[in-house]
Design a protein. Sequence first.
Length: 306
Amino acid sequence: MTIVVFGSTNVDVVAYSDRLPRPGETVHGSGYSIGLGGKGANQAVAVARLGGAVELAGRTGVDAFGTLARERLHHFGVGTSHLLPDPAAATGIAVIGVDARAENCITVVGGANMAVDASDADRLAPVLAQARVLLLQLEVPLAPALAAAKAVRAVGGRVVLDPAPAPAEPLPDEVWRNVDVMTPNETETEALVGIRPVDIPSAARAAAALTERGLPVALVKMGAHGVYWRSAEGEGHIPAFKVTAIDTVAAGDCFNGGLAFALARGDALPDAIRFASACGALATTKRGASDAAPALDEVEALLRQG
């Protein structure tokens, strides 16, 4: 096993409209979709679409949404042997609004994802022992995610944390000590270090603040402004790829899936970030979450153009 994702599985209910409603307002939509989502599932599918071997661990309910999620994961080639059906909880859902500018707002109901506990990490031990990269997010409880991180690092694997949703409270010191790479976007970066990265200088300051907390590698994602990275070996800016965006849902998840894929195959960090950026950019050119994940040939074509 090369890549393990320990995280959330949701079903996304997405409504498309010219603009997002204001509080108390109803707007007419142009369409809707129901599909696989959750940051864990999205990242796992992103890896699988690139041709990577990936196992998703976590929980779903035993309801219709859980059945839908598992069917879609199998369709994409994601391993689900460690995705536990939980009869005591409903499958997580996300209610998403997307406007004509491809901006979105999301309400997540965690459901079975929030029932993940230490037993899930313990059950995953044989798979973690073989992982080159572990992908984590903040849509399942932190304690079992950290247990998985420690297990992977103990065998020389790398841990990548997407600190999303943006944490309401400071992350404990244990997180900074057990993560190799963190990939916050603008909102998450501001929540973590109090600096909103709106340009390269502010992103550089934010990346420095992240690494000063003991983090080996910080990748500050700025959407159309690209990615600023910093590590012990250096720092730099990776410009964004120019594409026509129609839906930004799961673009960050495709970035992280692409990053894990590239790191697992041995790419140098700047090359891995550029590959991940291409994955995230391509995801914005399609509607949906997991369905928007690009295939390897699409990513390679964009890299050649860029």
